[in-house]
Ligand binder design. Structure first.
Ligand code: GRF
Length: 194
């Protein structure tokens, strides 16, 4: 018998193509999960349209209306607790979580980063790898800890950089890889949790 789907919260700030890959994997029954809420800090994020189309509840907040990060995180934690969220999935969420949030969901926050960590940490990983002239880069799914882009690695996918690659073509290759490995890593990790 199929076990009950885990509840996940997906956090997005922008385009949401990884969120879409997760929604598609759920639809194709490759990922036994339910998106309990999509958390977003940007009213212009295309990810909001994806959530609406899929009837996912949305928590959209404006960080500027809070005096500290912990203030809005407290509200988010209370929403996630009420929804009995098992796992937090960061998918292009452009905010750093505080130790308060990370403690509240210890070992239950996943992130995807567009490089083979520990190489090319930070916000410009694809461009940095491209400029460095490395022959290979990729994408990493990892657990989120208090140290940025440094938590235990769960899954990596390698991408070759060919001589003909432009930054744009490399970005497209890495995103394709991300869309393959993120739903897979989530699925595997949830099986460990159950
Ligand atoms: C991805 O490249 C991911 O690795 C990084 O942010 C980007 C989000 O893209 N953390 P999208 O919003 O999922 O399309």
């Amino acid at each position: 018998m199929r076990s009950q789907a885990n509840s996940i919260a997906v956090f997005c700030s922008g385009f949401g193509s990884n969120f879409q890959a997760i929604l598609d994997a759920i639809k194709k029954k490759k990922l036994n999960a339910r998106v309990a809420v999509m958390v977003c800090d940007n009213p212009k994020a295309y990810a909001l349209k994806r959530a609406n189309k899929n009837n996912n509840p949305i928590f959209l907040f404006n960080p500027k209306t809070f005096s500290s990060r912990e203030d809005y995180e407290r509200i988010i934690v209370s929403i996630l607790k009420a929804e009995k969220v098992d796992l937090v999935v960061l998918a292009g969420f452009m905010r750093i979580l505080t130790p308060y949030f990370i403690r509240a969901y210890k070992n239950r926050i996943l992130n995807i980063h567009p490089s083979l960590l520990p190489d090319f940490k930070g916000a410009h990983a694809i461009r940095d790898a491209y400029k460095a002239g490395v022959k290979e880069t990729g994408a990493t799914v990892h657990l989120v800890t208090n140290k940025l882009d440094s938590g235990p690695v769960l899954l990596q996918g390698k991408v070759k950089i060919s001589k003909d690659d432009t930054l744009k073509s490399l970005e497209a290759k890495i995103h394709r890889m991300e869309h393959q490995i993120y739903p897979l890593a989530i699925s595997r990790y949830m099986q460990q949790l159950n």
